[in-house]
Write a protein that binds this ligand. Structure first.
Ligand code: MRU
Length: 350
């Protein structure tokens, strides 16, 4: 198959949205084709497409499908259809802010389009297609900035999948690794398996091994052990939302950050500005609680007793004080705190 340096996870193709079906990886590489925004809603809910930037672009393309298929003759009618679809797309997953960011950017483009209904349709489609290209461009910049933190010979621990599959292409946490490899640095990766959905074992290991970047999978509970043994030089993770006081990312990230600080290992978060939510602090963010079956079962086999309760929060919050730098597409944010997070995000919208 194509390498993940160039492959695109989500793309617009002749009035349809093509996505790699991530629920079938690594056993099977297949694509699904969505022709309606309802199909995109289902793909996001079922995690056919997942990862904060990828679901943002998929949602924008969901609105592009509404525009493409709409039969209305007046601009107001189209705006109503787009707004109604946007509510459904926005309700799919609550934590990743890229979803809301992408929907509001696309709706804004529709509202601001001054032409007739056909012009609005074109503007929505072009906004979604451009957003996909901009995501890859932002990740390449994250790669450049982040690679400056990586030394030849480093072993980097990562969590979940913040690679090409979690974005339109190239990845966020895996971008500095890819760029460092392109620069000729010898890098190896430890991928946390990431219970319960195993994005590390299934997706990160798949991407990196496909691209011949040395990777070993560890279970989540081994992270402290490998740090204590001196087997890790840096930790790089992605983010679903950077708020004024912390970073929301896949459940387990917080424990990693604590362990990294204890062992004096730099802990970096890689995230584009579209993942920043400077107006909110952590108390206002909803952490997605997923089906308990993800915990009680592995590959459809029950591993817990029948009548036992479980909890299944999909994300946790890492306070900014545990983060050494946020690697963004606008540069490195060293020692992030409330002030510089807000400043950086505001500078982007100014
Ligand atoms: O539940 P998922 O698989 O969508 O969670 C993904 C993550 O937590 C990623 O680390 C995050 O979205 C960053 S992706 C570039």
């Amino acid at each position: 198959m194509e390498d993940f340096f160039t492959l695109r996870t989500v793309k617009w193709k002749k009035g349809a949205v093509l996505m790699i079906d991530q629920t079938r990886l690594p056993e099977r590489i297949s694509y699904i084709k969505c022709r309606t925004s309802g199909e995109v809603v289902k793909a996001i809910k079922d995690m056919v497409v997942r990862g904060a930037p990828a679901i943002g672009v998929a949602a924008a393309m969901g609105l592009a499908l509404v525009a493409y298929r709409s039969k209305v003759k007046r601009k107001e009618g189209l705006l109503k259809e787009l707004e109604s679809a946007s509510v459904k797309l926005g309700n799919t997953r609550p934590t990743a802010v890229n979803l809301m960011w992408a929907l509001s950017k696309t709706l804004e483009a529709a509202r601001e389009s001054s032409g007739d209904v056909e012009a609005v349709k074109e503007s929505v489609i072009q906004t979604a297609v451009r957003m996909a290209d901009e995501d890859v461009a932002a990740n390449l910049r994250i790669g450049e900035y982040g690679a400056s933190l990586i030394s030849d010979g480093d072993t980097i621990l990562t969590h979940c999948n913040a690679g090409a599959l979690a974005t339109v292409g190239y990845g966020t946490a895996l971008a500095p690794i890819r760029t460092a490899v392109k620069q000729g640095k010898r890098i190896s990766v430890l991928a946390d398996e990431t219970r319960p959905r195993l994005q590390g074992a299934k997706l990160t290991a798949f991407e990196l091994s496909n691209d011949k970047i040395p990777v070993k999978v560890i279970t989540d509970g081994m992270a402290g052990y490998v740090m204590a043994k001196g087997l890790v030089q840096k930790v790089i993770v992605g983010a679903d939302r950077v708020v004024r006081d912390g970073v929301f990312n896949k459940i387990g990230t917080y424990s990693l950050a604590i362990a990294a600080r204890y062992h004096r290992i730099p802990f970096y978060v890689a995230a584009p500005i579209s993942t920043f939510d400077p107006l909110n602090s952590s108390s206002t963010v909803k952490i997605e609680e997923r089906n308990s079956r993800e915990v009680t079962h592995i590959s459809n086999i029950r591993i817990c007793p029948r009548n036992v309760d479980v909890i299944n929060p999909a994300f946790d919050l890492t306070p900014l004080s545990l983060v050494d730098a946020i690697i963004t597409d606008k540069g490195l944010l060293n020692y992030p705190d409330q002030d510089n997070v807000v400043r950086l995000a505001r500078a982007d919208t100014a």
